[in-house]
Design a binder for this molecule. Structure first.
Ligand code: ATP
Ligand code: KDG
Length: 413
């Protein structure tokens, strides 16, 4: 029998700075968790569903395609012709810590659970595990929150497990007291608690990690993990059955780290792993997510990254300048590529289509981290600022790509 994990919440379009440009991708805490959970699930008998409402606009189409590409079941994603998905912009400080600006007041997801007969409520019936967050609660009306609470409480009585992350975002609540009351109420019906230290300390004023864990256990949840940033997680209830956690060697952007942690944690628990095993797998993933800009890590797996082909178009008017620059690429750009284990790198041009084909070999062991080091390098960013406007990327490229990655269909070694 399939084990059904249902993530409930709001997908968002994500805007972030990339060199002198803006990049658009997707995020939204529960969508991030659903994606990382679907990526972490290795057992075909575990299905990850996303429960939300989106619009009929271009961004909504694209986020639906993303869910499908990521292997998420979208049978509980409804479409509202009168609303769109929300948007958020990430602002990072020099330590990779971020703050958000939102355009989400009238998003489609806010109208989920608007009536007692909402199909989104009925979806809960088929779930073995439901995951939701404080952000899910913050976007709902008080009545909608009550409906959701009642449905979860009723199904828990027949075996449903509820996983919850308080993910406190003060800007989304009308008052701290409302957030405290609502989040406490949902802790009461939680089985797997996945809070982070900062959110709980901000909201409830706890001074210690043990204070948070003990309060949550006393409220209800008897398992889960407390995320404590680079110090790694603590198990809920507190236990020594856990190792030391390695810190990432570089932090670019912490957005989505906690969400990725939750996704990998839940996938491990659904596969019957222990809490300690789940926390180790979850930390390993989250420690990679912090080295990357944006909530969702590109899908490029190190195993398929040995030989890479990709395409982009050149804007014809920049032909001479582009060739001149590439006849004498800045030394800092070349040394960064070499340090990131890129080798045998060529770019070919086909006129009159002005198609450029890039080929390189990757000889390192962590493609995502090496790629992130390139993206974080100031000289490379300057180089991209010069070369980027001369290029014309394919609209069909994957999220997070500029050059569109190609599939290898033949190779003679
Ligand atoms: N510098 C780091 N090195 C290694 N791992 C890290 C680092 N920072 C965060 N992590 C991992 O990411 C997890 C989540 O981080 P954090 O405690 O900041 O969560 P959060 O604030 O809930 O994140 P989110 O922004 O997704 O809500 C941590 O439990 C840890 O496993
Ligand atoms: O703040 C939100 O609503 C988001 O969901 C945006 C980010 O993806 C999220 O906060 C990361 O946890």
């Amino acid at each position: 029998m399939t084990y059904n994990i249902l993530c409930i919440g709001e997908p968002l379009a994500e805007i972030s700075r990339r060199a002198s440009d803006l990049a658009v991708a997707f995020g939204g805490d529960t969508l991030n968790t659903a994606i990382y959970c679907a990526r972490s699930v290795q057992n075909r008998d575990i299905a990850v569903h996303y429960v939300t409402a989106i619009g009929e606009d271009t961004l909504s189409d694209a986020v639906l395609e993303l869910m499908t590409r990521e292997g998420i079941q979208t049978d509980h994603v409804s479409r509202d012709p009168n609303r769109q998905i929300g948007i958020y912009a990430i602002q990072n400080d020099e330590n990779g810590e971020r703050s958000f600006h939102y355009w989400r007041d009238a998003s489609a997801a806010r109208a989920m659970f608007a009536t007692d007969t909402s199909p989104h409520l009925a979806a809960i019936e088929m779930a073995d595990l439901v995951y939701l967050s404080g952000i899910t609660l913050a976007i709902l009306t008080p009545n909608a929150r009550d409906r959701l609470w009642n449905a979860l409480a009723a199904h828990r009585a027949s075996g449903l497990k509820v996983a919850f992350d308080s993910n406190y975002r003060p800007k989304l609540w009308d008052a701290t007291t409302t957030a405290r009351r609502e989040i406490t109420r949902f802790w009461e019906i939680t089985d797997i608690a996945l809070p982070s230290y900062e959110d709980e300390a901000d909201l409830f004023g706890d001074k210690t990690t043990s204070g948070i864990v003990n309060r949550i256990v006393a409220t209800g949840a008897q398992s889960g993990a407390l995320k404590c940033g680079d110090a790694g997680p603590l198990l809920i209830p507190l236990s020594d059955d856990i190792e030391n956690f390695a810190k990432a060697d570089r932090v670019v952007d912490t957005t989505g780290a906690g969400d990725s942690f939750n996704g990998a944690y839940l996938a491990a628990i659904a596969a019957d792993k222990t809490q300690a095993e789940a926390a180790v797998e979850a930390h390993a993933l989250a420690a990679r997510v912090v080295t990357h800009q944006g909530a969702i890590l590109p899908r490029v797996a190190a195993s398929k990254a040995n030989r890479m082909g990709s395409v982009i178009r050149l804007r014809p008017e920049h032909l001479d300048e582009y060739k001149r620059l590439h006849a004498d690429v800045w030394p800092g750009v070349l040394s960064r590529l070499k340090a990131s284990h890129f080798t045998n790198y060529s770019i070919y041009l086909k006129k009159p289509e002005f198609l450029m084909f890039g080929y390189f070999e990757y000889t390192g062991s962590d493609f995502e981290a090496d790629n992130a080091a390139i993206a974080a390098d100031p000289i490379t960013q300057e180089w991209w600022a010069v070369c980027g406007p001369m290029q014309d990327p394919f609209e069909t490229r994957a999220d997070g790509e500029w050059w569109a990655e190609m599939e290898e269909v033949f190779h003679l070694a």
